[in-house]
Design a protein around this ligand. Structure first.
Ligand code: LLP
Length: 436
């Protein structure tokens, strides 16, 4: 992560020292590097160079308007999974024709919204959805361009909760049923078959399952074309992983690069002569963001040493939800040869699952120190909540020597303003003299 580097012992994001941002906006906050976003996009685009391919950035990974705008500027399309994400994509400047709408449970209202917006493709996942979409499009006097998402029954060999291509997962239409589904869809008045789609999982660190899924798609394309369907577009989904472990010598992860991914696309998919869509999320934003937090206090019991920080599981839920590993780096570089001792880095939320690291060897830290939780650009801020009445933290973007708050900190006043006490609950109780 070259945009996040120590200079004179202080962590910088591009040309801005992180402590300067911490002083300006307070902690905790998310910080993104525009340079890192651009670099990740360029690597992905280069990997697909020369192919008839579109990168539809998966908004769910990080939907901040400034982040999406940075990709829109580079020519990206978007993969959205809700009406809200569709609005975000369009507000950020993505062209409707470059929007793909995925998801297992789109409502009628969302389908109608997307039809009205004139999006490029609906990735449909069930017979029921196929019929609803056809009826809605037909009523509008149009045909919706659809790709049917098939479930190839392939295990992505990733965390169980983010594998989506096994027969037991809720996603897609089982591949043995594809032929019938295409025949029915082709007969409906409101649909135009555009292609086929898959997405077998996220944070894949091996390309073997992906290649197996691509091969299954290639077989399906041949069969569907033989049946007379015009399969002119192949949507390969997302899923390429990033290296979350990189700081400890001998323990760094190696993950396939976008170029390795591109080589598989070239080998298996390009010969089919179709337009290709990729929906990367994490691979474009994961390394481009960090969560910055300050140490509130340190405490110790017989079993463990705890570093209690001001960010918590509501700000970044990945460790609690998936046992995910994120590197934790002090904003001020530790002295050369500083000893590392195992600590639990935890937040203030009242749950034992509220941790960022367990028994992690860290150099000495003290109250007031600022720490960086690395690789938090994907599925970080988007997955945050206000649990424990904690306000959503700001998001900041750096470009060169400039930085801007791209989402302000929510306040508790903002939160209370959304709520109402019905008048039948009566007056606010007045404290009585002598009452406990
Ligand atoms: N396309 C579809 C249809 C998806 O469901 C997803 C992610 C993507 C593309 C983008 O996948 P990526 O390139 O980012 O792997 N919250 C989890 C990850 C959930 C992924 C959901 N689907 C996490 O923090 O690891």
């Amino acid at each position: 992560m070259s945009e996040f580097a120590y200079r004179n012992g202080v962590m910088h994001v591009e040309d801005v020292p992180l402590p300067r941002i911490a002083e300006a906006v307070g902690t905790p906050f998310y910080c993104y590097s525009r340079g890192a976003l651009v670099r990740a996009y360029a690597a992905f685009a280069a990997a697909l160079g020369g192919l008839d391919a579109t990168i539809c950035y998966s908004i769910k990974a990080n939907g901040n308007l400034a982040v999406v705008r940075a990709f829109a500027e580079l020519g990206a399309g978007a993969d959205v999974v809700s009406g809200g994400e569709l609005e975000r994509a369009l507000a950020a400047g993505i062209r409707p024709a470059q929007v793909v709408f995925s998801g297992v449970g789109k409502t009628r209202a969302e389908l109608a919204q997307a039809l009205a917006a004139g999006i490029g493709q609906f990735n449909v996942e069930s017979e029921a959805e196929i019929e609803t979409l056809s009826a809605l499009a037909h009523a509008r006097g149009t045909r919706a361009a659809v790709a049917i998402r098939i479930n190839p029954d392939i295990d992505a060999l990733t965390h169980d909760k983010i594998a989506t291509g096994r027969a037991s997962d809720k996603f897609g239409i089982p591949w043995p049923d594809a032929r019938v589904a295409y025949r029915r869809a082709a007969a409906l008045p409101g649909l135009a078959i555009a292609g086929i789609a898959i997405h077998i999982g996220s944070q894949m660190t091996s390309l073997v399952p992906l290649e197996a899924a691509f091969c299954r798609v290639a077989d399906a394309v041949a069969m569907l074309r033989a049946d007379g369907h015009g399969i002119r577009r192949i949507d390969l989904g997302g899923g390429l992983g990033i290296a979350y472990r990189f700081a400890v010598e001998g323990q760094s992860e190696t993950v396939p690069s976008p170029a390795d991914y591109g080589a598989v696309v070239r080998r298996v998919i390009a010969p089919l002569g179709a337009e290709i869509i990729c929906e990367p999320g994490r691979a474009l934003v994961g390394d481009a963001g960090v969560l910055v937090t300050q140490v509130i206090l340190c405490k110790r019991n017989k079993a463990r040493a705890f570093v209690v920080v001001d960010a918590a599981m509501n700000d970044l839920i990945r460790p609690a939800l998936y046992g995910a590993y994120h590197e934790i780096l002090p904003v001020r570089a530790p002295a050369a040869g500083a000893e590392r001792a195992p600590v639990d880095v935890v937040g203030p939320v009242c749950e034992s699952s509220d941790f960022f690291a367990r028994e992690r060897p860290l150099p000495p830290v003290a109250a007031g120190d600022v720490l960086v939780v690395a690789s938090a650009g994907a599925y970080g801020a988007v997955n945050s909540s206000t649990y424990n009445a904690r306000a959503l933290v700001p998001e900041v973007m750096v470009s060169g020597n400039a930085f801007a708050v791209v989402r302000r900190r929510l306040t508790v006043t903002d939160m209370l303003a959304l709520e109402t006490v019905p008048d039948w609950l009566g007056e606010r109780p007045v404290a009585r003299r002598g009452a406990a």
